[in-house]
Design a protein around this ligand. Structure first.
Ligand code: AR6
Length: 181
C-alpha cells in the first residue's frame, strides 16, 4: 500500500526490515541498547557486531524510553540504524501513547538531521513490549503522517511489517487516517 502525504511517500509492506535498501533502518531496541529478540535480534544478526560496538562506544548509558539514537549500519544495506526505544505496555495509563509517539518522532528528526531520503520502521513496541497492535498502528501512522505533512520530509517512509496481521492493522489505520484528512 502506497499513499502520498503532501508530496512524500508513505508505504506499507509486509517483509523483513533487514532486507530493505534504505538510508535508515529503525530498530525496536531496549533502553540498555543491549540487543534482544524480535527485530532487534534480526538487525544485529544481519548487520554484524559493528552495530553493537558502535552503540556501546557512543551511548554507554543507553537511550531513554520514548527516544532514539543513531549508529552505523554494519553489513545492512543502509547508512544508519536508528535505535528507538518504545514503551512497555502497562495498560495504557503510564504515558505509553506519548512515549511511542516521541520514539517515532525522534527517528523522523534523526532522518531529517542526517539527510535520509528513505527510512524503514518496524511496528515499535508491538511485539515483546505488548502494545496492542491496533493502538500501536494508530500512533505509528498518525505520527508519521503528521510529521510528513508538517515538514514535507522524509521523502519516503516505509513501514515494514513482519506478519500479515501487523500489515493488516497498519493498513486499516492508514485507510482510516487518509479518510479523515
Ligand atoms: N522485520 C520487521 N519486523 C520484525 C522483524 C523483522 N525482521 N522481526 C520481528 N518483527 P519486537 P518491541 C516485528 O518484539 O515490542 C527486543 O528483545 C514483530 O513482529 O521486536 O518494541 C528488544 O531488545 C513486531 O511486530 O519489539 C526489546 O527488549 C515488531 O517487529 C524488546 O524486544 C516489534 O516487535 C522490544 O520490544
Amino acid at each position: 500500500m502506497l499513499v502520498n502525504v503532501c508530496g512524500c511517500k508513505l508505504q506499507l509492506i509486509q517483509g523483513d526490515i533487514t532486507e530493505q535498501h534504505v538510508d535508515a533502518i529503525v530498530n525496536a531496541a531496549n533502553s540498555q541498547l543491549a540487543g534482544g529478540s524480535g527485530v532487534d535480534g534480526a538487525i544485529h544478526a544481519a548487520g554484524g557486531p559493528g552495530i553493537m560496538n558502535d552503540t556501546a562506544a557512543r551511548y554507554p548509558e543507553g537511550c531513554p524510553t520514548g527516544s532514539a539514537v543513531a549508529s552505523s549500519a554494519g553489513n545492512l544495506s543502509a547508512k544508519f540504524v536508528f535505535h528507538a526505544v518504545g514503551p512497555i505496555w502497562r495498560g495504557g495509563k503510564e504515558g505509553e501513547p506519548a512515549l511511542l509517539q516521541t520514539a517515532y518522532r525522534k527517528c523522523l528528526q534523526l532522518a531529517v538531521q542526517h539527510d535520509c531520503k528513505t527510512i524503514a520502521f518496524p511496528a515499535i513496541s508491538a511485539g515483546a513490549y505488548g502494545y496492542p497492535l491496533d493502538l500501536a498502528a494508530n500512533v505509528a501512522v498518525k505520527t508519521v503522517t503528521d510529521f510528513q505533512k508538517w515538514h514535507k520530509k522524509p521523502p519516503e517512509v516505509r513501514f515494514v511489517l513482519f506478519t500479515e496481521g501487523t500489515y493488516g492493522a497498519f493498513a486499516r489505520s492508514l485507510e482510516i487516517q487518509m479518510e479523515v484528512q
